[in-house]
Design a protein around this ligand. Structure first.
Ligand code: NAD
Ligand code: GLY
Length: 361
């Protein structure tokens, strides 16, 4: 499997996404961003023993003068102010400066927290993403959304801050536990469902290979997902329009993650169930045939993902969905389907229909 390079076309903030096996050990990919600078590697207690030494050695080869290692506790429950504070404290103790490069090594949690630290430390320093989960390689490392959670809502405190590069080493996925791997497939399906029916059909016909982590199939899924995401981000970096489509399944999904307690459901699992709900609700409203909703639900289930909503009281759903960042003027905005492969931003979701749908469970 060879290397692919894509670009997120954002003018002076444009950057490459490198995808391929073994890339985290390739010094020339880091060198343009690190030469003569200090680096700070932000990772977590699970990923550090697997990959931190290799990345630190590569940063040294690439010309980093020193690399500080910052190790966070693992999990969505630690996507918090306390983790952010730990990063700031270590950066300050080491006298990091504005030229220091933050390197985020890990999944979406590390990427989002390290990215937010980079967005805010000394009013903004550069960061580079080295995603090591499937979810982070197909979604979270690309596009510059950074955040921490608040007890009352997911990703509620954050900033847009684009990385200088993404280095997605597909070989790192061999150590990923099966449940985490499946969670990443949810975001792959999302890209097909909102934007590319042909890709969705390809996922259906390669579901077995994907679950088996067959390298060729996996490479295509990562590449196509990044292409779709990069194009949407380039067109609408700060989500004033089309970027919200990438939130398909997330209004229900974020409510599930927050209400269940961070870490109970994996993000990708909550998004899978959220997409199943959004597809069923699209069918309920007559936007798509029920058979199309069922087709998407069946694919998610085949990939080992949950598709049935937890039994929250109606008020719990409405409380958390009511805090979604897409909402305007107290009305819940949803991303719904107009067909498989085409999503729409729906700002005038009929409130009564949504209540009936949620109450029916
Ligand atoms: P995660 O970061 O919690 O990683 C999942 C688990 O896998 C963790 O236990 C981690 O330590 C472990 N891990 C990571 N790489 C590994 C490897 N190679 N081998 C073995 N274990 C490994 O979860 P995630 O699914 O990567 O990311 C979810 C987060 O991403 C959520 O907080 C979500 O909100 C965020 N997200 C952000 C964006 C964005 O645009 N910024 C998009 C989607 C999701
Ligand atoms: N994951 C949604 C986005 O990046 O916009």
């Amino acid at each position: 499997m060879s290397e692919t390079v894509l670009r997120v076309e954002l003018g002076e903030r444009a950057y490459p996404i490198h995808i391929g096996p073994g890339l985290m050990g390739r010094a020339e990919l880091y060198a343009p961003h690190v030469q003569g600078r200090r680096a700070a590697l932000v990772t977590n207690e699970t990923v550090a023993p697997l990959y931190a030494e290799r990345v630190e050695a590569t940063l040294a080869q690439a010309g980093a003068t020193t690399t500080l290692r910052i190790v966070l506790r693992d999990g969505e429950a630690f996507k918090t102010w306390e983790s952010l504070e730990r990063i700031y404290a270590q950066l300050l103790e080491a006298q990091a400066d504005r030229a220091t490069l933050i390197v985020a090594l890990g999944g979406g949690v590390v990427g989002d927290v390290a990215g937010f630290a980079a967005a805010t430390f000394q009013r903004g320093i550069p960061h580079l993403q080295v995603p090591t989960t499937l979810l982070a390689q197909v979604d979270s490392s690309v596009g510059g959304k950074t955040a921490i959670n608040h007890a009352l809502g997911k990703n509620m405190i954050g900033a847009f801050h684009q990385p200088v590069a993404v280095i997605a080493d597909t070989a790192s996925l061999v150590t990923l536990p099966p449940r985490e791997f499946a969670a990443g497939l949810a975001e792959v399906v999302k890209h097909g469902a909102i934007h590319d029916l042909e890709f969705l059909a390809w996922i259906e016909s390669h579901a077995q290979e994907l679950v088996a982590r067959e390298p060729r199939a996996l490479a295509h899924a990562i590449r196509r997902s990044c292409e779709i995401k990069a194009r949407i981000v380039a067109a609408d970096e700060r989500e004033t329009g089309a970027r919200a489509l990438l939130n398909f399944g997330h209004t229900f999904g974020h409510a599930i993650e927050s209400a269940a307690g961070y870490g109970t459901w994996l993000h990708g699992e909550a998004v899978a169930t959220g997409m199943a709900l959004a597809a069923r609700f699209s069918a309920r409203l007559g936007r798509i045939p029920a058979a199309d909703a069922q087709r998407l639900v069946a694919l998610l289930a085949r990939l080992g993902l949950p598709v049935d909503a937890p039994s929250f009281p109606l008020d719990t759903w409405l409380e958390y969905m009511g805090r979604d960042k897409k909402n305007e003027g107290g009305r819940i905005t949803l991303i719904l389907l107009d067909s498989l492969g085409r999503a729409a931003i729906v700002k005038d979701t009929p409130a009564a229909a949504l209540r009936d749908f949620l109450a029916a469970g």
